[in-house]
Write a protein that binds this ligand. Structure first.
Ligand code: ZN
Length: 387
């Protein structure tokens, strides 16, 4: 009997201990928090120092930069990595952009970029058209009608959503054959990015779009060297798919941008030009939850912005605007060290987020770029400077 009572007591204690262990477990997980990824970069850089022209100076050129997936959290991480400075810091006027589409609270790059490009919201998966699949024309089309030169420079393949938002028209962003064929009609003077395969070998219809564009007068460049020697109009496809990652492509994106600005400026005279420059691959690596590659893309984008601001300061008649189509990865900066340039981050998902994204402006007219607006309103505001 004594032994039996002892066993019952022992069993009760065992049960009580197990209950406590089980009860404590969630609390332990909570205390540990999500797994953080830590990163520091080797490639820190000095930011440029530029003086903005008078706010009422005439705007001849517009340079519009889109960091795909570049929300304020991504910018904050890059700022820490570069020890508390970014070329974005040079941009004195800032606002916020609401990114939802007509179909979804959470936009994709097709609808998010189209709203910026054409000044009208559309549905997810739609590039350069409204939800009824009627074509909408972008700020580049407006510029062409006014006799200005136009350009698109991206790090992705040319069938990806953002360049298509400015140049093509389709209710399905994955209709790659049809979308790429639209470049033959878009009239953009300087087109540079990746995606040779989408112009030829990957096509179901057997068309060779590079040959078709050559027949229309485009000078084709397949390498950086060829691009640096090519004259307008230029079609530069510098990779079969996306361009190499930032760590592997050196200054390619900056050089493409510099060539674009020089050629368009030379050819446009007093009429001016409009360019869309995209840091396309920031988004891809946020989808992959790869903080290292995403941040190197963002830092390359910011370095390129430094070149753009120096160019624009020397010119004196250029409005520069930077924003994102949406944020990606539900990124949070949770730890790190500003002096060491170290970040500790967590990703909350592998897709897009509905949070408002920052808008930055510099140059004549930039003082109007403040407050909270719809993405389409920001697009219209930029287009209002194309006259
Ligand atoms: Zn994306």
């Amino acid at each position: 009997m004594i032994i039996f009572v002892g066993m019952r007591k022992a069993l009760f204690i065992l049960f009580a201990v197990m209950t406590i262990v089980v009860a404590c477990k969630p609390k332990q997980t909570e205390e540990q928090g999500p797994q953080l990824q830590y990163y520091t970069t080797e490639k820190t850089y000095d930011i440029v120092s530029v003086t903005s022209p008078a706010p009422d100076a005439e705007v001849r050129n517009v340079i519009f930069l889109i960091g795909d997936g570049m929300g304020l959290e991504q910018v904050s991480c890059a700022w820490v990595l570069n020890h508390g400075k970014l070329n974005l810091d040079n941009m004195p006027y800032t606002g916020l952009s609401r990114t939802y589409s007509t179909s979804d609270l959470i936009t994709d790059s097709a609808a998010g970029g189209t709203a910026l490009a054409v000044g009208e919201k559309t549905a997810n998966s739609h590039v350069g058209c409204n939800p009824a699949n009627e074509p909408l024309y972008s700020m580049l089309d407006k510029a062409q009608k006014l006799g200005k030169k136009t350009g698109v420079v991206v790090t992705c393949h040319m069938a990806d959503a953002t360049p298509c938002d400015f140049c093509c028209h389709d209710d399905d962003r994955y209709h790659y054959d049809a979308i790429i064929a639209d470049y033959t009609e878009c009239g953009v003077d300087f087109i540079a990015g990746g995606g040779r395969d989408y112009f030829g070998s990957k096509r179901q219809d057997g068309r060779d779009i590079v040959e078709e564009m050559k027949a229309k007068g485009y000078n084709y460049a397949a390498t950086e060297e060829e691009l640096m020697a090519a004259q307008l109009p230029v079609l530069a496809l510098l990779a079969d798919d996306n361009l190499p990652v930032a760590a592997e492509r050196g200054d390619l994106y900056r050089n493409m941008t510099a060539r674009c600005l020089d050629l368009l400026n030379e050819a446009s005279g007093d009429k001016g030009f409009v360019v869309m420059l995209e840091g396309s691959s920031i988004d891809d690596w946020l989808h992959a939850n790869d903080i290292e590659k995403a941040m190197e893309e963002l830092l390359d984008f910011d370095r390129t912005l430094g070149d753009v601001l120096q160019w624009a300061a020397a010119d004196g008649h250029t409005l520069v605007v930077v924003t994102a189509d949406h944020a990606t990865g539900a990124l949070t900066l949770q730890d790190g060290d500003l002096e060491k340039g170290e970040i500790g981050v967590a990703f909350g998902n592998d897709s897009h987020n509905g949070i408002a994204v920052p808008v930055y402006a510099w140059g004549p007219g930039a003082q109007l770029f403040t407050g909270i607006k719809e993405n389409a309103e920001w697009g219209s505001l930029i287009a209002s400077f194309i006259h």
